[in-house]
Write a new protein. Structure first.
Length: 709
């Protein structure tokens, strides 16, 4: 908005829309500006959400629509507006216009709730409407659930603009395809019925325990095809680009070209935005992509699919840090569409959906599982310690024999924990994780000091193991690089390939080779691996995390799913204590049963997902003051605060970590079922009030933290 040649002394103000103003019967004035600019003749008020993520500004603002922008200023377009204190200041005889920031026009209105003069829209960035009412409603629901701001969610939901992509028209939509044949869905007891319901326009909801093997992508593609055959759209969210490429290829095979969009960062900003526009314009009715695709504006949504919901990539690191599973659950409930959560493993959250009756279990019979899964063999820690072969190459005799036999017919996969799987403390004799007797939190001994709980901070000077009674503790670190070097020396005539954080392989040939991989980076072998070794199982099971057992089982099953079935001689050796629950679940290939038992235990202890939890982190005084001032629900329970580890300068950092060298505390706030919305609302209101008052140390909030110790 120009500030030159102004004669009026009446101050211009931004109209902050508040519910209290709406309820009070304040006389509504016709929109006008202090510069007397000509306004749009119809609906001259634009309601805008500005790109300011601060919680105390999480409101809509009213602006006047100049006549010259009337045609372009449609709901959903990107706009530029003046915002900030500078809009009220006069300098050198000229009125400063405030800072130009981006926003979205969400509504055109005839009047404003604000009775004073309105600032005018500065510009319409593009006439392309990118924020529809459905996406706006979803973003609002996500912001409320995670105690965040609408602007932050919209930054995740709407990709950055590319003028070149907007200038290119999207292709004309193709007619719906024919309903597909069930194909490999016949391996599942309710598989064909699930597809038939989608093809007839139904909205079935299922938790799908996929059989091991390469067919999961084709099975997702057939579910999408059945949905498209009913005239509706479908959305698939996968954890990484490799999985997206597999589903993309399967969709092309089942549907043909031009019926779906691929939304991944690997495509580049312009290509991704072009594909996103094709989805929003209705040129394609199906989309597959990674985490950000959870907000893809698919028209007439009939099915949402998430694959491997336990993968950490589904958790957004940027505020307000939503999880793709929870966003898709919101979409399924709001749009009343089908829901499919698929994985070769099973999370506790997935088990809860089945136990509550919200979704049905979709799996194969035991005979099908036995044919598809490889043979699982175990090696206990005691055998490993007594084995001479293990001393020579960190391989027990059973693993040595399995590798030697597997290399005769194909590649062998060796999975080792990546750097960072470090247990805090565990029993030296049986390696049971050491936990607090009061809240079951992990015990730790920082800098060799006395034992204390990492959650509630209580001391544990007289700890002893609840399993074997031992009072001795241990903590070890095992590196993946050393394992790869030792395996290379043990099998000098065999090529050794590695796949990890720095270099991830997509696939390997079916020729004999050793493939050493960290969890999640396992490449697919042509024809499947002949065998697999899962080393150092204690390192994953001993992590100071409530999800340690679930995560270890998921990593093991994901790797074992790449191995040939028992009928083809596939064998997997897991080096971990055979009596542990996750190891037994792997031997039986029963991830759903393991998840149900975990869910029952968490229900007894009041842990997520049965309860809702939020983490409050910041400097000690700030966390204490925030909790004292926040109007938490009456049934809320505060665990802590306890100190967080001090980050080292130059070390790896994640969003939400304290600045290097500073001491921060963390408190966990827990509420029972039904109070999650009240907890999020109270935390959001308290933080917004703190920001509005200004000053003070920062406090960070995360609802449903993925790791609580």
């Amino acid at each position: 908005m120009s500030s030159e040649n102004e004669k009026s002394d009446e101050p211009e103000q931004l109209a902050l829309i508040r519910e209290t103003v709406r309820k009070a019967k304040v006389p509504r004035a016709k929109p006008r500006t202090w510069r007397g600019a000509a306004l749009a003749k119809e609906l001259p008020v634009a309601r805008v959400v500005v790109n300011k993520g601060a919680l105390h500004l999480d409101q809509f603002f009213d602006y006047a629509v100049p006549e010259e922008l009337d045609e372009a200023a449609r709901p959903g377009v990107r706009v530029r507006v003046r915002f900030g204190a500078g809009a009220h200041q006069v300098k050198n005889g000229r009125r400063e216009g405030g800072r130009l920031i981006d926003g979205f026009l969400v509504e055109r209105r005839a009047t404003s709730d604000y009775s004073g003069p309105l600032a005018a829209l500065a510009d319409v960035v593009s006439p392309e409407p990118v924020l529809g009412p459905e996406l706006l409603g979803l973003a609002r629901a996500v912001a409320d659930r995670y105690a965040g701001s609408l602007a932050d969610v919209l930054q995740l939901a709407v990709p950055p603009r590319s003028a070149k992509a907007e200038g290119r028209p999207s292709p004309a939509p193709l007619p719906p395809p024919r309903a597909p044949e069930p194909g490999s869905w016949t391996r599942y007891e309710r598989g064909p019925a699930f597809l038939d319901s989608l093809a007839r326009g139904g909205a079935p909801r299922a938790v799908w325990n996929a059989l091991p093997g390469p067919y999961w992508a084709q099975e997702i593609a057939r579910a999408v095809a059945a949905t498209l055959a009913s005239g509706r759209g479908a959305l698939v969210v996968v954890p990484d680009g490799r999985a997206a490429s597999r589903v993309d290829a399967a969709l092309t095979e089942v549907l043909g070209e031009g019926r779906h969009a691929l939304l991944t960062a690997e495509a580049g900003p312009e290509k991704r935005y072009e594909q996103w526009l094709a989805v929003r314009r209705g040129a394609v009715r199906a989309a597959v992509g990674t985490r950000a695709a959870m907000f893809a504006p698919v028209r007439d949504l009939g099915l949402v699919v998430i694959w491997d919901d336990g993968d950490g990539s589904h958790s957004e690191p940027h505020a307000p840090q939503p999880h793709a599973r929870e966003v898709l659950l919101l979409r399924a409930a709001h749009d009343r569409c089908g829901f499919l959560l698929g994985s070769t493993s099973c999370t506790v959250e997935a088990a809860q959906l089945v136990e509550s009756g919200w979704a049905q279990a979709l799996g194969a019979g035991r005979e099908q599982v036995r044919r598809a899964a490889p043979l699982i063999r175990t090696v206990g820690d005691g055998e490993l310690a007594r084995d001479e072969a293990a001393r020579a190459a960190r391989l027990p005799s059973l693993a040595w024999q399995t590798v030697r036999e597997g290399l005769k017919t194909g590649p062998v996969l060796v999975q080792v924990p990546r750097r960072g799987y470090v247990p805090r403390l565990a029993c030296e004799r049986c390696r049971t994780p050491a936990r607090c007797r009061h809240c079951a939190g992990p015990l730790e001994a920082p800098e060799q000091q006395e034992l204390r709980c990492g959650w509630c901070g209580r001391g544990a000077p007289d700890w002893h193991c609840v399993e074997c009674g031992s009072a001795r503790l241990r903590a070890q670190v095992v590196g993946a690089r050393r394992t790869a070097e030792e395996l290379g020396r043990a099998f000098p005539a065999v090529p050794v390939r590695t796949s990890g954080r720095d270099h991830v392989l997509d696939s390997v040939p079916g020729r004999p080779a050793l493939v050493v991989s960290t969890p999640g980076a396992e490449p697919v072998a042509e024809g499947g691996y002949a065998a697999a070794l899962l080393l150092d199982g204690w390192a994953m099971l001993g992590r100071p995390d409530l999800r340690a057992g679930e995560e270890a089982l998921r990593r093991w099953i994901d790797a074992a799913s790449l191995v040939r079935g028992q009928a083809e001689g596939g064998t997997v050796v897991v080096v971990a204590e055979p009596t542990l629950r996750p190891v037994q679940a792997l031997v039986r290939w029963d991830p759903a049963g393991h998840a149900r038992r975990e869910l029952a235990e968490r229900a007894e202890l009041g842990f997520p997902p049965v309860s809702r939890m939020a983490a409050v982190t910041g400097p000690p005084e700030a966390v204490e003051g925030f909790l004292a001032a926040a109007g938490l629900p009456a049934d809320a329970e505060v665990l802590g605060p306890v100190p967080l580890p001090v980050a080292r300068p130059g070390g790896p950092r994640r969003p939400g970590d304290p600045p290097p060298g500073e001491q921060w505390d963390r408190a966990l706030v827990r509420v029972p079922p039904g109070s999650g919305a009240a907890l999020a609302a109270s935390l959001k209101q308290a933080r917004a009030g703190r920001l509005a008052r200004g000053g003070g140390e920062p406090v960070r909030i995360r609802v449903d933290p993925p790791d609580i110790g």
